[in-house]
Design a protein around this ligand. Structure first.
Ligand SMILES: NC(=O)c1ccc[n+]([C@@H]2O[C@H](COP(=O)([O-])OP(=O)(O)OC[C@H]3O[C@@H](n4cnc5c(N)ncnc54)[C@H](O)[C@@H]3O)[C@@H](O)[C@H]2O)c1
Ligand SMILES: O=C(O)C(=O)C[C@@H](O)[C@H](O)[C@H](O)COP(=O)(O)O
Ligand SMILES: [Zn+2]
Length: 363
């Protein structure tokens, strides 16, 4: 057996994030103890893994229902949640039964939401299979789906029973998926743990290669950042807002792109915007802003967005969860590891920050 790292998320009902290789079967067996039926929600790319899991752990006392959902953001729709509720209803799922989310962040958000709402809450075991899912989406209990108006507008806080980070599952990830997932890893570096940034700056190839020790360290460090923040502020009354660094503009870009962009790509632009805002607000020095651009562009993430989208983006940002009435609130940095809230920056400052990353001609 390979070495395992266990990170405990100390919420009111503490749970473990277990990191290792080839741990899925043993960990799923342990985490699902007591359930009679399990709904395994998975992406099309995980069908073989889901079938193998069923083959390995199904017994006369434990039945697994495999539910394939549409890929990526197309899964985070009410129609897909309805399809899953229907399976659970037809199979008489009770409160001792469970949901298992197997896939990227889109699936863990959906699976968590369905578990949170079925009978007002059944257990969910999260098995993230993308970098982004491992370090962020599967940990911390934010679950949800999108609506016509915006990203994650319907959802619930519902902590998982366990998070199983089987690094062997990342071996099949396309390189581009790994790099976009590292946007959230870098975010943890900017807001809380500079060592993550140093790992990327020292050897980006090794740090983003799932077979290396640097990869494992970066993943474990990012999960640790998230676990500590969530334990202190589970329902986002304060410090948890810092995990939204880069997301105010990032979510508006995802909406503007009709959810066809990867989340990591959108928040990369969002983080450059937030860094520029921090500079304009007199909080952040030039070197740290440049460090954002250097690290995020080394991950091949986008750094610019069309200037003529600004009005639409502003309108969408007004629905951001951090807004209070008409006042927009942004997470900015006073320095690496020093996130703060910037309340109600004026329109001119917002536009200037946007102009510094925008491309194309103004209308
Ligand atoms: N709840 C949270 O706290 C939280 C945090 C961050 C992001 N999110 C959400 O997560 C979503 C993005 O997640 P994502 O970036 O993982 O995208 P995703 O779930 O869309 O997955 C990306 C792609 O990777 C494929 N894939 C997944 N695992 C694979 C594997 N092991 N091998 C090969 N291909 C694989 C999928 O089929 C998909 O095409 C967004 O909806 C975002 O809002 C939620
Ligand atoms: O866990 C959190 O809190 C986060 O904000 C993590 C984000 O990376 C994540 O994308 C989250 O889904 C954003 O949620 P939202 O509340 O801004 O919709
Ligand atoms: Zn995010």
């Amino acid at each position: 057996m390979t070495e395992q790292t266990v990170i405990t998320v100390n919420t009111s009902e503490p749970y473990e994030v277990v990191i290792g290789r080839e741990i899925l079967v043993a960990q799923a067996n342990a985490a699902l103890e007591g359930a009679r039926q399990v709904l395994v929600v998975h992406q099309p790319s995980l069908t073989a893994v889901a079938e193998e899991l069923k083959r390995q752990i199904e017994t006369p006392e434990l039945q697994l229902f495999l539910a394939e959902v549409p890929d990526a953001e197309d899964a985070k729709r009410i129609e897909v949640a309805q399809f899953l509720w229907q399976i659970m209803g037809q199979a008489d799922f009770t409160r001792t039964d469970a949901v298992l989310g197997l896939g990227g962040g889109a699936v863990t958000d959906l699976a968590g939401f369905v578990a949170a709402t079925w009978l007002r809450g059944v257990s969910v075991v999260q098995v993230p299979t993308t970098v982004l899912g491992m370090v962020d989406a599967a940990v911390g209990g934010k679950t949800g789906i999108n609506t016509e108006q915006g990203k994650n507008l319907v959802g619930s806080f519902h902590q998982p029973k366990r998070v199983i980070v089987d690094l062997a599952l990342s071996d099949t990830l396309p390189r581009k998926e790994i790099l976009t997932g590292f946007a959230e890893v870098a975010k943890c570096g900017f807001i809380a743990d500079e060592r993550i940034l140093e790992l990327l700056e020292t050897d980006l190839e090794a740090t983003t290669d799932p077979s290396t020790e640097q990869f494992r360290e970066a993943i474990a460090r990012a999960i640790t950042v998230k676990a500590e923040v969530v334990a202190e502020d589970t329902r986002e009354q304060g410090r948890r807002e810092h995990l939204n660094y880069g997301h105010t503009l990032g979510h508006a870009i995802e909406h503007s792109e009709r959810y066809q962009w990867r989340h990591g790509a959108a928040i990369a632009i969002g983080m450059v915007f937030a860094a520029e805002l921090g500079r304009l607000a007199g909080r952040l020095d030039d070197a740290v802003v440049d460090r954002h651009r250097a690290i995020l562009s080394s991950l091949q993430l986008p750094m610019t967005y069309p200037i003529n989208r600004w009005k639409t983006l502003m309108a969408t940002m007004r629905r951001d969860k951090k807004a209070r009435g008409a006042m927009l609130r942004f997470v900015v940095l006073d320095g690496i590891g020093k996130p703060r809230i910037l309340e109600g920056p004026d329109q001119a400052m917002l536009l200037t920050a946007y102009q510094s990353l925008a491309d194309g001609e103004e209308d």
